[in-house]
Design a protein around this ligand. Structure first.
Ligand code: GLU
Ligand code: ZN
Length: 497
């Protein structure tokens, strides 16, 4: 299919077609990402379609969230909501006329038929088939109803759904990820495409739109593998009726496993995209990690830019084995992306966390100049941007956070003696030079037989409230002489009490 010397193919058209229900989750993002990377790698077209035909479950709020998430991630689309395109509209709720027209033609052409079975009748026959050890899908009862039978059912006041007639032969197709797959006819029985109330089902509208939008590759989760033989059969009917030209290629992305080696479900808190956003994952970091769920860049490189991902991504390299979602690895990769930012971008990226209302400091306590001075020291320390708060809060709080565990850990031996000496030496030091501050604490330690590490611990806890943090002497310089010494005085008072 490659039509250019570098192996790419600009005729490729893929789609991302979520239903607007609930919050976006990582499985959904992984699907969007693989479609997008495949389209961008090939110079093809990314179609974004909203499958909102289930009025009971779909919501406008979820629709807005989907768009917002895609924008935040930088997963751009060439056709779809807001950008439009030659196959508009891209919301299925606005395409109902087409589905009605196709359903009518499928029935008229004998590809589909009305089924009058009630739920109770279907259940009873399914049970009986199971008990007899026979396949329990739809038994084809209404396949060949005569006009009289239909009339009789209508007279009885029965309603009907529309069922698609599956051919009585096995379906074979070559999955882009899994290779050749054959499904026997008895495992795929006739299935509903329109509800009794006339509402078209996913089984109809999804392939009808894939055909109308000339989708060449369907890349989606493994959970949809079982609908593929049905959709291929429907596609063949659409081709006969003139609604489709060719059957697209299908590729089913592997399951994502969560904790305890169970499939990551969209209800799993760990699966929520918003969680990663709120914790301060960078879009590039998250995309980098999610791309590794079923794909790999190379044996020795798992941190890469989005540009590198696009350059390298090929659906042929996707692995069929289940992928494991590993939060630690996701955070480590994100940390690398935080380091890759230039300082100005890093500084700006953290600000929403620092300027947001905090439990213990007000937005007006935030100090831009101090923040910009400390930011370069913080950049190598964070896994997620929200970590910034605990690293720099000492600059904005009226008093350092109170952390009894840190206090007890640092205030060992004779902290009063040490802090008194350190305070005197710091008082005389040059506060524009962290080296001078360090020498002051070093000298205080020497007087009390303490190495620098032991000597600086009480100073750190007195000033920042914590035992670990950013480089201490730069921190002191940025906080300033008056505040730093006042905090040491406060600690001495506390020790005396
Ligand atoms: N709306 C379907 C879903 O969200 C699309 C599935 C597909 O890609 O075919 O599951
Ligand atoms: Zn029936």
């Amino acid at each position: 299919m490659a039509n250019s010397p570098d192996g790419t193919d600009a005729s490729i058209r893929v789609r991302f077609c979520p239903s607007p229900t609930g919050n976006p989750h990582v499985g959904l993002v992984r699907t969007a990402l693989f479609n997008w990377a495949f389209a961008r790698h090939n110079g093809g077209t990314m179609v974004f379609r909203i499958e909102d035909t289930d009025a009971a479950r779909d919501s406008e709020e979820s629709y807005e969230q989907l768009l917002d998430s895609m924008r935040w991630l930088g997963l751009t689309w060439d056709e779809g909501p807001e950008v439009g395109g030659p196959h508009a509209p891209y919301r299925q709720s606005q395409r109902m006329d087409l589905y009605k027209e196709v359903a009518d033609k499928l029935v008229a052409g004998g590809f589909a038929y009305p089924c009058y079975c009630t739920t109770e009748e279907l259940d009873a026959r399914r049970e009986a088939a199971r008990a007899a050890g026979k396949p329990s899908g739809y038994d084809g009862q209404c396949r060949d109803l005569s006009a009289e039978q239909i009339q009789a059912y209508e007279a009885e006041g029965r309603s009907h759904i529309i069922r698609f007639r599956m051919p009585d032969e096995a379906t074979t197709f070559t999955d882009l990820v899994r290779g050749e797959i054959t499904v026997q006819a008895e495992n795929v029985t006739d299935y509903g495409i329109v509800r009794a109330n006339g509402a078209p089902l996913y089984t109809l509208v999804n392939p009808v739109d894939d055909a109308a939008m000339e989708i060449t590759h369907v890349l989606r989760g493994e959970d949809l593998l079982s609908s593929t033989p049905r959709q291929i059969a429907l596609y063949k009917a659409l081709i006969e009726l003139g609604y489709a030209k060719t059957i697209p290629a299908f590729g089913h992305l592997p399951y994502v496993m969560g904790e305890g080696n169970k499939k990551l479900s969209k209800r799993d808190p760990q699966a929520s995209l918003n969680l990663y956003r709120e914790r301060g994952f960078l879009p590039e970091g998250l995309l980098n990690y999610l791309s590794l769920l079923g794909w790999s860049f190379s044996a020795d490189k798992d941190v890469f830019t989005v540009a590198e991902l696009i350059e390298k991504f090929d659906i042929a390299d996707v692995n069929a084995n289940p992928a494991r979602f590993d939060l630690k690895k996701a955070e480590a990769i994100n940390a690398d992306h935080i380091r890759m930012l230039d300082v100005a971008s890093f500084t700006a990226a953290c600000e929403p966390w620092l300027k947001a209302p905090h439990a213990n400091w007000a937005p007006e306590d935030f100090d831009q100049a101090k923040w910009e001075a400390i930011a370069p020291h913080a950049q190598t320390r964070l896994q997620v941007l929200s970590d910034i708060t605990a690293n720099v809060d000492f600059l904005f709080l009226k008093e350092p956070v109170e952390d009894e565990a840190s206090w007890t850990k640092a205030m060992k031996g004779d902290p009063v003696a040490l802090l008194t000496t350190a305070r005197a030496k710091l008082e005389a030091a040059d506060w524009s030079d962290p080296e001078s501050l360090k020498n002051a604490v070093l000298a205080a330690g020497e007087e009390h037989g303490l190495k620098l590490g032991k000597a600086q611990a009480p100073v750190r806890v007195a000033v920042t409230g914590r035992t670990v943090g950013l480089p201490l002497f730069e921190s002191l310089e940025i906080l300033g002489k008056d505040k730093s010494l006042a905090r040491i005085d406060a600690a001495l008072a506390k020790l005396a009490a």
